[in-house]
Design a protein around this ligand. Structure first.
Ligand code: SF4
Ligand code: SF4
Length: 204
């Protein structure tokens, strides 16, 4: 797990993220937002809502800002993409044990969701994306993306993951000239993680 702390941002309003991205995008300062970010975190009482220390919150939200800014910058290119894939993290499966009926296919490598639970985030996300023509992968780690991208000619990729994983994947996509859009995990911990289906739908 890349972060040394756990977080759960499911109660933080969506407009907080959008507002952060808008401010830093307009001011072109997303690499130097430390003190401004501290102010907005204090204003929204984010550290109180999440239990994170101020410094952990700043680190986390700097990554969120990077993600949002990158999404904005890549959006137009992504809109024009024709062959798209969605990468979902295996940690958001409802069950992490054999109650999850997904089969792992090492030759891809990806879990293939068996749609066993209607309230499983992976099931919901995969169903929405497949209807929109996306190839869907449920992967156990960021390195799987590289293998998949080598063999498929995607020009648009949406990825759901925590900050560090998104950063690494973003660099790989840039090198391959693939338009990327990221949806952050709002709760990490490598199992029972959470992301917003609504946000994913907007991005797709
Ligand atoms: S819906 Fe899919 S990912 Fe979720 S628990 Fe069932 S098989 Fe696993
Ligand atoms: S995406 Fe999930 S499994 Fe991967 S590091 Fe983040 S929380 Fe852990």
């Amino acid at each position: 797990m890349p972060y040394k702390f756990t977080f759960d941002l499911s109660r933080v309003p969506r407009y907080f993220f959008t507002e952060m991205a808008r401010i830093v995008y307009e001011k072109r300062v997303h690499k130097k937002v430390g003190s401004a970010l501290k102010d907005v975190i204090r204003k929204f009482k984010i550290h109180e809502a999440t239990g994170l220390s101020l410094s952990d919150a700043v680190q986390l939200f700097e990554d969120f800002v990077d993600m949002e800014v990158r999404n904005l910058l890549e959006r137009e290119k992504f809109r024009k993409s024709k062959k798209r894939a969605l990468f979902l993290p295996h940690c958001s499966r409802k069950h992490m044990d054999n109650k999850c009926k997904a089969k792992f296919e090492p030759s891809i490598p990806s879990y293939i969701c068996a749609h066993c639970s209607s309230d499983c985030l992976i099931n919901q996300a995969a169903s929405i994306a497949e209807k929109r023509g996306y190839d869907v992968y449920v992967i156990p780690g960021g390195s799987c993306i590289y293998n998949i991208l080598k063999t498929k000619n995607y020009d648009g990729v949406v990825g759901v993951a925590c900050g560090e994983e998104v950063k690494l994947a973003g660099e790989a996509l840039s090198r391959a000239n693939i338009a990327g859009q990221a949806v952050p995990l709002l709760k990490n911990g490598c199992s029972n993680t959470f992301f917003s289906i609504k946000t994913l739908e907007q991005v797709l």
